[in-house]
Design a protein around this ligand. Structure first.
Ligand code: MF3
Ligand code: CO
Length: 265
């Protein structure tokens, strides 16, 4: 069952999401050669405390940290570590969520460490654009897998592959609600999208094979071939007029809509 949200509930989720977005921006500024993923996690906890919100991931299914830090071939759920020192040319995915006033917000970005090569940059751009392509399909009357298909077709057109083991999700009073949102699939399947649905869409895209391995730490997912992976995530609400991205860094008065014809061609 998919829980539809009222505008008031969407606004509460949005408040949580704005804090997430602000913290991700701050973390992005901290990313530079020599910084450890442990430092980034500590900063995320400090910022959350300062803003009076609770990190959503810490303790969730036993996850031990506030932040997920996935470097290079790490896809998702990378564990912060004092030994993991960022080096020029790395890419790092930062995934963060909070609970605020009973509602969750969740978002992720992949950011460069210093100067990165063209190959890494292109993977990040295509992954981020695939997220917006998916968001553009989050419209009343479409079906759930129209989002999935938009992401997959864009990504594969660029020669990359979609991770199958992790999916996006509904979000609200819980971090993970129904439905699951795969980043792959044929168009026109699954539930009809309705106004009031709030979704966390999160493509994880690999440069090489889609196959993954889980490290002995039981959390960190890495690419099987050791090539790069990128991850972007937004929490969005489906409104009658179109999708609203809740996890943008600025509290814009204006709702963000995507012009069906003009966007991302
Ligand atoms: N954005 C990821 C997700 O929705 C992060 C979860 S980390 C976990 O699954 F620790 F909470 F599992
Ligand atoms: Co998520």
């Amino acid at each position: 069952m998919i829980i539809l949200k009222t505008r008031e509930e969407i606004d509460k989720i949005k408040r949580a999401c704005q804090v997430v977005a602000e913290i991700l921006l701050r973390l992005k500024e901290e990313v530079e050669p020599g910084v450890t993923t442990w430092d980034l996690n500590r900063i995320s906890e400090e910022l959350a405390a300062k803003k009076g919100v609770k990190p959503a991931f810490k303790g969730y299914r036993g996850y031990p940290f506030a932040l997920c830090t996935s470097v290079n071939d790490e896809i998702v759920h990378g564990l912060p570590s004092k030994k993991k020192v960022l080096r020029e040319g790395d890419i790092i995915s930062l995934d963060f969520g909070v609970v605020y006033d009973g509602f969750y917000g969740d978002a992720a970005i992949t950011v460069p460490v210093g100067k990165i090569n063209e190959r890494a940059w292109r993977l990040c751009k295509v992954t981020e654009t695939s997220l917006y392509r998916g968001i553009d399909k989050a419209r009343v009357g479409n079906r759930l897998s129209d989002i999935s298909h938009a992401i997959q077709s864009y990504v594969e057109k660029h020669g990359y592959s979609v991770v199958r083991e992790f999916v996006g999700h509904g979000i609200g009073r819980h971090l993970h609600e129904s439905p699951q949102i795969p980043n792959y699939g044929p168009p026109g399947r699954g539930v009809k999208l309705k106004a009031g649905m709030v979704l966390a869409i999160e493509p994880m895209i690999n440069e090489g094979t889609a196959d993954i391995k889980i490290l002995p730490d039981k959390w960190t997912a890495v690419t099987k071939d050791g090539k790069l992976s990128a991850h972007y995530e937004h929490t969005i609400a489906i409104l009658p007029e179109g999708p609203e991205i809740l996890s943008l860094p600025y509290d814009e008065e204006k709702v963000v809509f995507f012009d069906r014809k003009k966007s991302y061609r």
